[in-house]
Ligand binder design. Structure first.
Ligand SMILES: [Zn+2]
Length: 252
């Protein structure tokens, strides 16, 4: 929701989100490069799973790679390592080990750079509001069931006085929505919580895009769809008249 802070700061948007077309193009380029190096047909599937960054198997005359989407931005030497990783046994174990080491180094560097969200366990059930129920209803009614994300309450940090509050965050890389725990109280109406959740879900439906070297996160299409949400005005009005409540500690 835009009222509390400048929109740029309102939610932490993962800077690595690419548009779908850019992702498909990057995946194709990498698959082609590996195929050239290996001299075999290559299929490449991109996933968000952080536990197994790279795997491959040979199926029906093709090498089928599954790689974390951070590899969509891999430089040439890492693409070479992906190829060597699945290279022929006669190329030698030392070469494969070296390739594995290079891939690991790339993953470590990326993780550090993007500050890999340690998402851990997400708790959607609050004391006053059930975020999963809100998410599921909005997904059904507003997004045709197409949003894929996990949702939970952010951690309560007791005793901190706030002058601003980030009501919600969408972590595109992890596909995670976190809602600020100050909203989890009976005095905050469900329609307001839903509007905040809707805003974060909309980030997946209307991804950030590059325009003239600038990352557009809350662009015209985003704002148009946000305004079209049936409770948008009502939620904004409620927020504007309850800022003090939102800024106070939930336990106060
Ligand atoms: Zn936003």
């Amino acid at each position: 929701m835009p009222a509390l802070e400048s929109p740029r700061q309102l939610d932490l948007f993962d800077a690595r989100q690419l548009g779908r077309e850019a992702r498909v193009g990057a995946a194709r380029r990498i698959a082609d490069a590996i195929a050239d190096l290996l001299g075999e047909r290559v299929r490449l599937t991109v996933h968000d799973n952080r536990s197994t960054m790279v795997s491959f198997r040979r199926v029906a005359g093709a090498v089928h790679y599954r790689v974390h989407h951070m590899f969509l931005e891999a430089p040439g030497e890492v693409v070479g390592a992906l190829a060597a990783f699945a290279g022929p046994a006669r190329a030698g174990a030392a070469r494969r080990r070296e390739a594995g080491g290079r891939i690991d180094a790339f993953v470590r560097a990326r993780r550090d750079r993007i500050g890999a969200p340690r998402v851990g366990v997400l708790q959607p059930a609050g004391r006053a509001h059930d975020l999963q129920a809100i998410f599921d209803r909005l997904n059904r009614e507003e997004f045709g069931g197409e949003i894929e994300a996990r949702i939970g309450w952010g951690a309560v940090r007791p005793g901190r006085r706030r002058r601003t509050v980030k009501t919600g965050v969408y972590l595109a890389d992890a596909r995670v929505i976190r809602i600020h725990p100050t909203l989890d109280r009976p005095s905050v109406p469900g329609f307001y919580v839903a509007a905040v959740v809707f805003h974060e879900m909309l980030h997946q439906a209307v991804p950030a895009r590059e325009a003239g070297g600038r990352r557009v996160i809350h662009g015209a299409e985003f704002r148009r769809r946000e305004r079209a949400y049936h409770d948008h005005e009502r939620a904004r009005a409620w927020e504007a008249s309850h800022l003090a409540l939102l800024l106070s500690s939930p336990d106060a």
